[in-house]
Ligand binder design. Structure first.
Ligand code: NI
Length: 401
């Protein structure tokens, strides 16, 4: 085992140039969610070069490839997302985005390049495993309903169903050379909330003749914090934030209506539904107590992400063997959402973090910012470790062949 791990690590290091150039190509040519035409074509070209059979057009521009080992056996799935964000890149680097207003600011270029690297590493190791490694190159992680749900709908987890699925994501909080795991609840569900408070506009000097939607909206914003501060179980993370409040009156004009937009996040599906009902009740009740009407619309986003104990333990112990235990850390709960959660609702899954921080080089910015970048020395680890995890999973699983 030790020698196989060493060989894998060595081969992954030898792949660094390709990994970096693939990542830079993707970084320079980012595409928004549901528009990943060239990215998908690039992935398909690489898979063709590797002589790995694939199907395109899964869940939009998604690609599913299957690499068979030397004997039949179970299936393990590995996933990378491919889409970029509507952000203008501010980094002055030779590989900066060539597309105005679009940027790989969440590291999905790294995920895609890494998974291509995994495919290359395992292509030359088919004698070392039984079963199938299924590669999911997924579109549209950043936009509802999420490419993961569409790929599942198109059968990415069927015929036959994988025994487990693994996904990795860059994390600029963790130093390059480290990886992080968490078993159980890890990331939040995220729902979009839209409120419209309908009052009656008029002259601001005569409030008694109007119904002040601005004041009522203010009461609603305060009252809704009741949901997370008094109604939520305090041991369960819940966040309700309104980042958008529009009332188009003037100094001396009260508007007819005020529109609010916000996000509700939590980590329990039952509480999620209860909280939605409370938001409706408190918002419309507060409005009606003050003579207005509040329309409440809630768009369900991604579910909470649960990392199953078994694949998490397998991935973690593989990482400890691959890297040394000092380089493997425990992750905290994370209130962002991720559509990998849809896979984890279907089959055993774990979503882990690849450290990409490098203070000396200044790569410390958060994901989803115009100055986000990664320490590319993390790429061989991203590819090599995922290949090691796939091999461990196939070796651990009882053979279906
Ligand atoms: Ni992301």
């Amino acid at each position: 085992m030790a020698t196989k791990t060493e060989a894998l690590r060595r081969d992954a290091e030898a792949l660094e140039k390709t990994l970096v150039s693939d990542r830079r190509h993707l970084h320079q040519n980012p595409e928004l969610s549901f528009e990943e035409v060239q990215t998908s074509a690039f992935v398909q070209e690489r898979l063709r070069d590797l002589n790995i059979p694939f199907t395109s057009g899964i869940g939009g521009y998604g690609v599913v490839a299957n690499l068979q080992g030397h004997r039949p056996g179970p299936v393990v799935a590995l996933r990378a997302d491919m889409d970029a964000l509507p952000i203008q890149e501010a980094n002055e680097v030779p590989y900066a985005s060539k597309v105005p207003g679009v940027m790989h600011a969440c590291g999905h270029d790294v995920h895609t390049a890494s998974l291509l690297g995994v495919a290359a590493l395992l292509r030359s190791r088919t004698q070392e495993f039984s079963g199938t490694v299924r590669f999911l190159f997924q579109p549209a992680e950043e936009k509802l309903p999420g490419g993961a749900s569409l790929m599942i709908r198109d059968g990415a987890l069927a015929n036959p169903q994988p025994q487990a699925i693994y996904g990795q994501h860059v994390m600029p909080l963790l130093p390059a050379g480290t990886v992080g795991f968490r078993s159980g609840r890890y990331m939040a569900s995220a729902d979009e909330i839209r409120l419209t408070i309908r009052g009656k506009g008029g002259h601001a000097a005569m409030p008694h003749l109007n119904t002040d939607a601005v004041l009522i909206a203010s009461h609603i914003v305060v009252a809704l914090q009741q949901v997370v501060s008094r109604r939520a179980n305090p041991t369960l993370p819940s966040v309700l934030s309104f980042g958008h409040i529009i009332g188009e009156g003037a100094y001396n004009v009260l508007p007819n209506d005020v529109r609010l937009r916000g996000t509700f996040r939590t980590m329990d599906e039952t509480w999620r539904d209860q909280a939605h009902a409370l938001i409706r009740e408190i918002a419309s009740g507060t409005a009606s107590a003050m003579g207005a009407i509040c329309d409440v619309e809630i768009d369900r986003g991604y579910p909470m992400l649960f990392n199953h104990p078994e694949p998490t333990a397998l991935a973690r112990s593989t990482a400890e063997a691959y890297l040394g235990p000092q380089q493997v850390v425990d992750l905290d709960l994370w209130m962002a959402a991720e559509d990998f959660a849809f896979y984890a609702q279907q089959i055993p899954a774990t979503f882990y973090r690849l450290g990409t921080r490098n203070e000396a080089k200044g790569w410390v910015s958060s994901v989803h910012t115009s100055t986000f970048d990664v320490d590319e020395s993390a790429l061989p680890l991203g590819a090599g470790l995922m290949a090691a995890i796939a091999l461990e999973q196939l070796a651990a699983a009882p053979s279906a062949g």
